[in-house]
Design a protein around this ligand. Structure first.
Ligand code: PXL
Length: 288
C-alpha cells in the first residue's frame, strides 16, 4: 500500500484541510499519515474561530520519524499558517523527499482574487519558494498570480498565451509539473477547443514542455474546501497509478459531483460540500 504524509491544519468543523484529506485519501486505498499544523475550532471564514498553533510539534515528529527510518511515497502539504511552517516543509521535503517520494504542494492561501484572512503578499512569495521544491504544485489562478506578483485576472479575461506564460513562470520557480485550477477562457483558443462557458484545469509538464487540459461544465456556486478536496483526490489518484491527466480530471469530476450533491438538498450548509455522500462515485471511478 502506498503511503502519504499530509501536513495541514485541523479545522474541527468546516470540511477542509485534514478533515477532508484524511478520509478522502484513505478511502482511495492509500495510507494517510498526518502532521497537524494547528487546531482551529472552524476554518477562518467563520467569525470568532479559536486557534492553537502546533508548529512546535512538527520538528519533533519529523525527528522521531527519521530515527524510525519511515519512508513516504508522497508528501502533500496544504494550508500552512506561518513562515516558520514553510521552512519546516522545506526541511520535510529535504529530509524525506527524493526520487521515490513525490512532493505535492497546494499553495492554499487565496481564492477569487483575494488572500485568505491573515495572509500577505510577502507570505505568497515565501510560498512560491516552497512550491519551487515540489514535484507537482496545484495552485488556483489567484494563488498563481500572488506567487508571481502579477495582478489577478478573473476567469474569462485572458487568453491562451497569457495562461501559458503563467504556467511556465510558476514552473520556472522549480516545480516539475504545474496543475492550474479554475481556468476559464472567453472563447476557443488555438490549443484549447470547446471551452467557452466551461471551467477547467490546464497543466504544464516542464520536463516535457507540454500542456494538457480538462474542461467541464461550470456549476455556478462557490464552496469552501473544494480546493482541498481537489488536491486530496489528485494525490490519491496519482499514487494509485493514474496518469497526471487522469488524476486531475478525476479530482475535478469528484468536486463537481460533491457540489451537485450538496446543492440538491434545500437546506444545505454553506461552509463546505457533502463529499461524504459521493464516495461511491470516487471508488467506482478508481476501479475502472
Ligand atoms: O480550505 C482552505 C483552508 C484550510 N484551513 C483553514 C482555512 C482555509 C481557508 O480559509 O481557513 C484554517
Amino acid at each position: 500500500m502506498k503511503r502519504v504524509v499530509t501536513v495541514q491544519d485541523i479545522s474541527c468543523l468546516g470540511k477542509c484541510s485534514l478533515t477532508v484529506a484524511l478520509p478522502i485519501i484513505s478511502a482511495m486505498g492509500v495510507e494517510t499519515c498526518v502532521i497537524p499544523t494547528a487546531v482551529l475550532s472552524t476554518h477562518t471564514v467563520f467569525k470568532g474561530f479559536t486557534f492553537h498553533d502546533l508548529t512546535g510539534e512538527i520538528a519533533p515528529v519529523m525527528e522521531h520519524w527519521k530515527k524510525e527510518n519511515f519512508r513516504f511515497d508522497a508528501i502533500y502539504t496544504g494550508y500552512l499558517g506561518s513562515f516558520e511552517q514553510l521552512e519546516l516543509m522545506k526541511k520535510l521535503i529535504a529530509d524525506f523527499g527524493g526520487r521515490e517520494t513525490l512532493a505535492i504542494v497546494d499553495p492554499c492561501m487565496a481564492d477569487n482574487g483575494k488572500l485568505y484572512p491573515g495572509f500577505t503578499q510577502e507570505f505568497a512569495f515565501a510560498m512560491a519558494k516552497l512550491c519551487g521544491k515540489a514535484d507537482i504544485v496545484v495552485p488556483n489562478m489567484t494563488e498563481a498570480s500572488f506567487m508571481l506578483g502579477v495582478p489577478y485576472r478573473a476567469g474569462g479575461t485572458y487568453d491562451e498565451a497569457y495562461l501559458k506564460k503563467i504556467l511556465r513562470d510558476i514552473a520556472a520557480m522549480g516545480a516539475k509539473k504545474v496543475v492550474l485550477k479554475g481556468v476559464e477562457f472567453p472563447e476557443d483558443q488555438p490549443s484549447f477547443k470547446n471551452v467557452a462557458g466551461k471551467i477547467g484545469i490546464v497543466a504544464y509538464d516542464a520536463e516535457k514542455d507540454t500542456f494538457s487540459s480538462y474542461f467541464h461544465d461550470k456549476v455556478n456556486q462557490n464552496f469552501h474546501g473544494t480546493g482541498d478536496i481537489f488536491a486530496s483526490v489528485f494525490t490519491g489518484a496519482y499514487l494509485r497509478g493514474l496518469t497526471l491527466e487522469e488524476s486531475y480530471s478525476l479530482a475535478a469530476d469528484f468536486v463537481v459531483e460533491a457540489i451537485k450533491e450538496t446543492i440538491s438538498h434545500e437546506n444545505h450548509n454553506w461552509y463546505g460540500v457533502d463529499f461524504e455522500a459521493v464516495f461511491p462515485y470516487l471508488v467506482k471511478r478508481l476501479e475502472k
